[in-house]
Design a protein around this ligand. Sequence first.
Ligand code: FAD
Length: 282
Amino acid sequence: MAATVSSFSFPLWANGLEDEIWDVIIVGSGVAGLSAACSALQAGSKRILILEKGPIVGGHSILSTGYVAGVDRKRQKKLGIADSPELMLRNMLDIGGHENDFELAKVVCYQSEETIYWLEDLGIKWEERIFQTVAGLHPRSHITSPVRAGYDYVMTLLKFALSKGAVLKLNTRATDLIYENGSVKGILATDTNGLSQKYSGKATILATGGFTANVELRKKYDPRLGQEFPTTANPFGSTFDGATGDGLLMAQRIGAATKDAEYLQLIPFWGLKNCETRALKV
Ligand SMILES: Cc1cc2nc3c(=O)[nH]c(=O)nc-3n(C[C@H](O)[C@H](O)[C@H](O)COP(=O)(O)OP(=O)(O)OC[C@H]3O[C@@H](n4cnc5c(N)ncnc54)[C@H](O)[C@@H]3O)c2cc1C
């Protein structure tokens, strides 16, 4: 979603709200949002704003085990593993029962190798071991460490983005896209005191993660997932889990449609309230 602004004037007042004008506004500070920030900076954007509704960065990404699937002939060759984007695509189509969005699967597979090296260039230190994960058909999964890979990705990307001038605002929840004359011009957000702010941007990127913490929304896609299933990020109902589908809902409010939602696999938690551990059978 992109919008054009004709000039920079920062800050100004409009409709009683302070209006900040940015090159790129990113909503969400998980790996998707932080990767977008790094990539935009590398492409020459200067004024990058990352909005995060939580009190800390990282969303589900920071909790993630963090196995990243990607062709990596540099490391795989040393371990005697043959691989290619073509093979990864074949595996992905097989595991998806050939119902995949072919063009999208192709992008993921054909860009996976450069993504592995791009992350490495930003400072990610991959383990030399390559893994075959549970749902994988070939050994091509990477981690930095078996205990804190998600944390490593978030911190590495964040460090790069901030060092190049990106601005991060925590405790700032995006509430609505600013949509005028058929294009997105930015975002409205509120802080923890309920103060609203308008942020205008040439481009606005929604990277708000999933929606397993939104019981009503997840039940729409999988009626089995009632309140009794807490989420990994908030297993006892006492901490923060930002995965409430805000980006999806904001986009739908301006007329966006969903695609292939019936294929989503929602896994809120490995267990039930009152600490009884039980796998959800999907
Ligand atoms: C325990 C665990 C293990 C996992 N293991 C793996 C694995 O090995 N391999 C793998 O590929 N995947 C794994 N996953 C899944 C993977 O971590 C996620 O798919 C990925 O991190 C999602 O990244 P994201 O940036 O899209 O979302 P997130 O990391 O969830 O980031 C979204 C951010 O947006 C913020 N946000 C939401 N709404 C708003 C709003 N309105 N305004 C401002 N900010 C907002 C949220 O607070 C959050 O910080 C795992 C997940 C978990 C929980």
